[in-house]
Design a protein around this ligand. Sequence first.
Ligand code: NAD
Length: 511
Amino acid sequence: MADIKAVLEKLKIASSNKGLSTGQKFWDGAAGTLISWSPVDGQQIADVTIAGESDYNQLVDSAVAAFKEWRLVPAPRRGEIVRQIGDSLRGHKQDLGILVSYEMGKSLQEGLGEVQEMIDICDFAVGLSRQLYGLTMHSERTDHRMYEQWHPLGVVGIISAFNFPVAVWSWNAMLAWVCGNVCIWKPSEKTPLTALACQHIVAEIFEKNNLPEGLSCLLTGDSNAGKWLSADHRVALISATGSTRMGRQVAETVAKRLGKSLLELGGNNAIIITPSADLKVAIPAVVFGAVGTAGQRCTSTRRLIIHKDVYEEVKTRLVKAYSQLRIGNPLDGKNHVGPLIDQQSVQQYEVAATAVKEQGGSFLIEPQKLQGLGFESGCYVAPCIAEVENHFPIVQHETFAPVLYLIQYDSLDEAIALQNDVPQGLSSAIFTLNIREAERYLSASGSDCGIANVNIGTSGAEIGGAFGGEKETGGGRESGSDAWKAYMRRQTNTINYGSVLPLAQGIKFEI
Ligand code: NAD
């Protein structure tokens, strides 16, 4: 298994670290120290200092100054810097993947996959840097031309969650940079070291290219740091990923100052299994969706809506599949399921289990906190499956743990209604070989989620598509397609190249 000490050294993580940075410059924050514990083995990895308000102001001043320069650099040249960051990430993939796995607890394969996502978004952003297209329009007035341009916004504040500790930042930062913005990153207080490692990687590239301090700022801190960002009128866009509770607070604060926000919040994702579903494909998709990252993906499969004719068979196959799951150290490639992020998450899993029983559900596979050799961190739980009804309050709520709910249906209309009848609207899927069912599911009267799939599960999105969801998921879109537009301001330009002044709508104004 990995030599963590060597990995930390290669990523420039010491046992005590400066948590504030504007690029090449790193300094100690004034508000104390944050310790990063690994949920894998309960060991302290390292500590890092966190921002006081004066540190925060220093970061923002530096970012505001850097923006004045960076916005003037041609977009393809900005893309070239992001290309170099992508290359550097390729070189650091193994080490960063290991650190993601050790600090957050996801399997090494998923840790490496997360770094691959960072590399992929760099490639995407490089191409995008030559494609920040605006439209041209025909003017209704003679000798006039109209077109639109996309300009950089300014300072982009990125607030990220623990479960994708580095990919979410890269989705935002790489796009924001090619669009001409500067970034301040407030990572999760549960995963500060992966963020620090990324800051070292980009700082080296910025230094090599003689770029100013302030393009990439690291704001290590707790929720207070996120609150400072949200309330600050100097921050043009807040892109926040995390719980719906956090998103509501950020949305309110940013709206109060009429700023822009991009919100990526909780999900409560369902898969519908129809009578024609190919269960050879469906069952692995369900199991990966429900237990991958120990159920701590925003796109994790939480509800399985199964047609009554195949309900018993799906249950039997799931029980068999779950009996083969190996739970343990995620850095060991033989294990499928690692720990939850911390003991507080284990408590939430236990609270959910009690609520299922109190509200009338029953467990097909019982919940269990694991103890003993290999589970000393106290963060390991067994993935469980419960039979429930969709309206139970606990089923309506996102529990960030490997708890899968089974619900039975009779008609497709009923299945779609059940799927959509939750407050969240992130990811969804149907397994069917019936083209009418598939198309109905993808139609305006089908899934109400931002992501709707056919014959693949709810988790594991590609960077090429716009990522995000509706309702309490927040409505934001990141990553591919035209998500870049959220990081720019649109300007409509009308030019009169004639010698008279015709007014729009034929209005006459003579003086
Ligand atoms: P969290 O809401 O506890 O914290 C997320 C971030 O917000 C952290 O950096 C935290 O310090 C900060 N924060 C907390 N309160 C804040 C406030 N009032 N103002 C400003 N910042 C604040 O979430 P978490 O436990 O780290 O992550 C799990 C949640 O994230 C789940 O609900 C999951 O579904 C969601 N998530 C969503 C997506 C998506 O793309 N939709 C992706 C990943 C995670």
